[in-house]
Design a protein around this ligand. Structure first.
Ligand code: SF4
Length: 449
């Protein structure tokens, strides 16, 4: 049962020292209760209180880690049903399925794509996160796991088999890169509980349906298994969608322990068409899948799924930002134009993209506006003439160019006069309102006499 702020306050030392970076114990307690601060931030709280508060404030969907280092994938940790209530914590994992009896060229192609396909978007590097290896005879799980780790070292691994010994050998071959071991059912739950204990790996639990899954998960919890990923057994979009919604609601609203784990879904087993798999996957990313498994991940399928992930799992309360700095675009020199804009990621990437497209080397000054766009930042007092002038003077741009001309966004035309007063040595030029007009503008640009 979640604790209230007042209940947490009673367990704090009440020194009001601010060492937790929050001025008072009451405010800290409220933040811990809201899941916005960790109890560990207070150095004076007793271990006993830490354990009590930590347990009570643990997310209703358990956080599960698969793999290690660069290959580590985190699932779960979710605390809400709807993104606007707080935010979704950990992106849905996108896994590509390799069967051990698949032909060599197909396996090599999947591993290569899992390693090579990395996309950059608004400063975020995006790729798929997992390779699922299914035991179907042919190569052993252990050999295939080694091959995947060699060819795509940034991928976490899922091993799938009914054979506990094969899974154990596979887990040993993975070493520290602990895989998810999938395939616990009501029938083999005891053996999988032993496997979890021996290997320290998370277990994938498969139900025949939601009720059967709950029964098996309860059995594993009673046997001491803590880290699980759950599969309701649904193999239609409608079934998987409904089960995911029911599971999330039961875990978040009713704190129902047996469903308090990230889910795994298999679009690869729901149809024979890659494009349809991607569409099913996109629905399940939106509605609560912790991991989705696809029969292949070609670029045309992977990229849109990654974009969807980025949109859904971005914190809606925190704008994406780039650091305040001077950004050289396509190798500018001392005669190159100097432009300024805000640090909202999307603005930065659109403006720098247009400058790049213009092929006019330029200096782009990015002023910290706390992620607000140009006009909003100006209206909020974060992109006024005085602040821009202060930033320009301390940014170091004076040492990089011979001229003194600053191009401001067209939307800030009204502050031109003020800016001229704040930066008397500079010529202030009003740039275009829309980034799309920058190439034409820059091609015509000459330093003011
Ligand atoms: Fe209170 Fe602990 Fe924060 Fe100090 S560090 S204000 S004692 S919660």
């Amino acid at each position: 049962m979640a604790l209230t702020g007042i209940q947490i306050l009673k367990m704090l030392p009440k020194k009001n020292c601010g060492e937790c970076d929050i001025p008072t114990c009451l405010a800290f307690a409220m933040k811990v209760a809201a899941g916005q601060a960790e109890i560990e931030a207070c150095p004076y709280v007793s271990d006993e209180a830490k354990a009590t508060i930590g347990e009570a404030s643990a997310p209703p969907i358990r956080t599960i880690k698969i793999g290690t280092g660069d290959a580590q994938f985190t699932a779960g940790g979710e605390t809400c049903q709807f993104r606007h209530e707080k935010r979704f914590e950990n992106q849905t994992g996108l896994a590509v399925l390799i069967a051990t009896d698949e032909d060599a060229a197909s396996i090599d192609g999947k591993i290569k794509r899992a390693n090579d396909f990395v996309y950059e978007r608004v400063g975020v590097m995006m790729r798929n996160n997992l390779v699922a290896i299914k035991d179907k005879g042919g190569a052993s799980l252990a050999d295939m796991a080694k091959k995947v780790m060699e060819g795509a070292p940034q991928q976490a691994i899922i091993l799938m088999s009914d054979n506990v010994e094969n899974l154990k050998a596979g887990a040993e071959a993975c070493g520290d890169n602990k895989p998810l071991l999938y395939g616990a059912t009501g029938e083999n739950a005891d053996a999988f509980a032993g496997l979890a204990q021996d290997t320290g790996c998370a277990i994938g639990v498969k139900g025949k349906n939601l009720d059967d899954l709950v029964e098996t998960a309860d059995k594993l919890i009673a046997a001491g298994v803590k880290d699980m990923v759950i599969d309701t057994g649904a193999r239609t979009l409608k079934g998987a969608f409904e089960d995911n919604v029911v599971a999330r609601r039961a875990a978040v609203k009713d704190k129902f322990k047996a469903l308090g784990f990230p889910t795994i879904a298999f679009p690869c087993e729901m149809c024979d068409d890659l494009m349809m798999e991607a569409m099913i996957g996109s629905v399940l990313i939106a509605k609560y899948a912790g991991i989705t498994v696809f029969s292949d991940l070609q670029g045309d399928i992977l990229f849109p799924l990654l974009l969807e992930q980025l949109n859904i799992f971005t914190d809606p309360q925190r704008p994406m930002v780039v650091a305040e700095d001077i950004y050289p675009v396509t190798g500018p020199d001392e005669n190159s134009p100097v432009l300024i804009t805000c640090n909202f990621s999307l603005t930065y990437f659109i403006v720098s993209g247009e400058i790049e497209g213009s092929k006019v080397p330029s200096w782009l000054l990015i002023k910290d506006t706390e992620g607000l766009s140009v006009l909003t930042a100006w209206a909020a007092g974060k992109f006024g003439a005085d602040l821009i002038a202060m930033f320009v003077n301390k940014s170091g741009i004076l040492d990089k160019v011979k001229h003194r001309e600053l191009i401001i966004p067209g939307y800030l035309a009204t502050i031109k006069g003020e800016l001229e007063e704040e930066l008397p040595d500079w010529t202030i030029t009003i740039g275009p309102r829309e980034a799309g007009h920058l190439p034409a503008f820059l091609k015509e640009w000459k330093p003011a006499a």
